[in-house]
Design a protein around this ligand. Structure first.
Ligand code: 5GP
Length: 191
């Protein structure tokens, strides 16, 4: 998606070798008009697919998931990061390794919101090693719902998550795929 790639080139900040900061339009301040275009593009790419729930993970996926949901005309569920050790039986739960913080945390979704018969699209801001997406896919599988695919805003294609999950059969649509990046030369895209 050219508009997004231009914005990343202009406002993205590369930190070290593998972190892209896009706080000015995606992860802190949010450009909702750009989100509208991204939501429209997800809908175009998944046109013809039946989707009745969008699932994301708190916190940074929630904004884009909500805007995308306006185009799919469905509710958004966000998997909550849980501190609770004794998790009640009325939730699906799995562990996710955080890319940005390094630690492993539990995420939960209440069973009342996801189950057999649901057709689920996953939405997230970034795809790196694939842990977040894999965790969400496990929650969908545990619930008996159908996983339609995943919409990602920025995929860092030089990291292994995208290739691995596509090889496992997950349909992933990424709006911008980063081939390489460095603090000196900035961001280069796959196509
Ligand atoms: P993964 O689980 O695929 O390794 O990482 C995806 C998650 O980590 C996303 O939900 C996102 O919040 C965060 N993340 C991964 N890489 C980046 C990055 O380069 N920049 C930012 N801002 N977040 C990232």
């Amino acid at each position: 998606m050219e508009l997004l790639k231009e914005r990343i080139r202009r406002d993205g900040k590369v930190k070290g070798t593998d972190v892209l900061k896009v706080d000015s339009f995606l992860n802190h301040q949010m450009d909702v008009e750009l989100f509208q275009e991204m939501g429209k593009e997800f809908k175009r790419r998944f046109a013809g697919c039946e989707v009745n729930k969008i699932l994301t993970i708190e916190a940074s996926g929630i904004g884009i998931a909500c805007v995308a949901a306006e185009y799919f005309h469905c509710p958004v569920i966000f998997a909550k990061k849980s501190q609770t050790k004794n998790i009640a039986g009325d939730v699906y739960t799995t562990k996710v390794q955080s890319f940005t913080h390094g630690k492993v945390y539990d995420v939960i979704v209440a069973k009342e919101f996801l189950g057999p018969g649901d057709k689920v699209l996953l939405i997230d801001d970034f795809l790196a090693n694939g842990a977040a997406l894999e965790g969400l896919a496990r929650l969908v599988k545990d619930s008996g719902a159908e996983l339609v695919g995943a919409g990602i805003v920025i995929e860092k294609a030089f990291q292994p998550g995208g290739d691995r999950l596509r090889a496992e059969g997950l349909r992933i649509e990424s709006l911008a795929r980063v081939k390489s990046m460095s603090e000196e030369t900035g961001v280069e895209f796959v196509d």
